[in-house]
Design a binder for this molecule. Structure first.
Ligand code: ATP
Length: 382
């Protein structure tokens, strides 16, 4: 629990914590069973920022969070909160509060008492506690439920109580470990925006662990994609999606087509290259590392390909031959249609939003495909 005094915490909205990780390493086990759970992580979390650690199971997200929380000691490296060296403090001396996935409200206390618990431990006056808790409950839309026991609440309401309990402490940093994973899909979406709205309003620096990319995309100022204990990329959601740092990130976030690129002519001035794919020579933006790479691949998101009726001209033109494809499957979802296409360089998944009925191509149809070059992204092959 936070040890902030009430006077100090009252300014938490503006006085929020910057978290710095330097050369963070955590090794579990020895010899053959040695695991580098965190393997040289450097990260600056800015004050008030909502940052998400995202990655496949076992990539080191939770261990990194647990080190920041003080539940785990790093093998090497430093954790600073506003310049203060955290590993030298025990968890209870750290200015933070956590809303962990397993952080369910205590079943024997009312909603009010659950939220008040941490403030009571701090020895605050009853009137002050009543004011702070009432405000937190109102913020979380829980005022009418204040006298209920947790077992009289829905999953989402319980989650909100857990959040209110953490937030009432006005921590400098909030740490979340998959807090929504036990909720049903609809509630999860609702809670995402609630957490985000509240976090923005209170301005609390937040570090959030999830393996759900929709959650990461919709909530974060920045996403930190981890792989094998290392940071693969730390960037805004748009950048991670449109300009991923590697094939791994491109593949992990969203859906991706990777097209083989045999040769690329790089622009000397900017990170663009001329590549020939599907019989078309196009100028595409390129990751800086693609220039010196041995192998390259072109990332094309499903929504960056246009599928058109094959024109007579297109069918006969030598230039367009490579750009024709056969529809293998076409699935209509109402707001979008998804195609699986067979091209000369392999299958291509394409998504068209808001399709007109007459524009939906049926399996077996030959079509023309056009890659929207500015939305493609040339990557080095790992
Ligand atoms: P998940 O999404 O499955 O929770 P994660 O990305 O949070 O995964 P961590 O829990 O940080 O990953 O684990 C990273 C690596 O460290 C894994 O290989 C895991 O097996 C290992 N590990 C974690 N905790 C321990 C431990 N206490 N003892 C030994 N190995 C551990």
């Amino acid at each position: 629990m936070s040890t902030q005094t009430s006077d100090k915490t009252a300014t938490a909205a503006t006085d929020t914590g910057a978290v710095t990780l330097r050369g963070l390493e955590k090794v579990f086990g020895e010899g053959d069973s040695k695991v580098y759970a965190v393997d040289g992580v450097d990260l600056d979390v800015h004050p008030g920022e909502f940052i998400t650690l995202l990655g496949p199971s076992g990539c080191g997200k939770t261990t990194t969070l647990r080190i920041i929380a003080g539940f785990e000691a790093p093998t090497r490296g430093e954790v600073h909160l506003e310049g203060d060296d955290m590993p030298r403090r025990t968890p209870d001396k750290r200015p933070r509060a956590t809303a962990f996935q397993t952080y369910a409200p205590s079943p024997h206390m009312t909603v009010f008492d659950n939220v008040a618990y941490g403030l009571k431990l701090q020895g605050l006056a009853s009137k002050r506690i009543a004011d702070e808790v009432s405000y937190a409950l109102a913020t979380m839309g829980l005022s009418k439920l204040r006298d209920r026991a947790p077992n009289q609440l829905s999953g989402g309401q319980q989650q909100r109580v857990a959040l209110a309990r953490a937030m009432v402490m006005k921590p400098k940093v909030l740490l979340f470990d998959e807090p929504l994973s036990n909720l049903d899909a609809k509630l999860r979406v609702q809670m995402r925006s609630e957490i985000r709205r509240l976090q923005e309003r209170l301005g609390i620096t937040s570090i959030y662990v999830t393996h759900d990319q929709d959650e990461a995309m919709s909530m974060s100022d920045r996403i930190v994609v981890m792989r094998n204990g290392k940071i693969e990329q730390a960037a805004r959601p748009e950048e991670v999606y449109r300009r991923p740092a590697s094939v791994f990130v491109a593949d992990f976030i969203g859906r991706a087509n990777f097209l083989e690129v045999e040769s690329a002519i790089f622009d000397p001035e900017i990170d663009h290259a001329q590549v020939t794919v599907l019989g078309q020579t196009i100028s595409v933006p390129a990751n800086a590392k693609a220039r010196s790479a041995h192998g390259r691949t072109l990332l094309v998101r499903p929504e960056s390909v246009r599928v058109e009726k094959l024109t007579q001209e297109g069918a006969q033109s030598a230039h367009a031959v490579g750009a024709t494809a056969i529809v293998l499957s076409s699935v209509f979802y109402g707001n979008l249609v998804e195609y699986d296409l067979e091209t000369e360089v392999g299958n291509l998944t394409v998504v068209h939003s808001d399709p007109d009925e007459e524009e939906i191509f049926q399996p077996g149809t030959r079509v023309e495909v056009k890659i929207e070059a500015p939305r493609a992204w040339l990557l080095p092959v790992d």
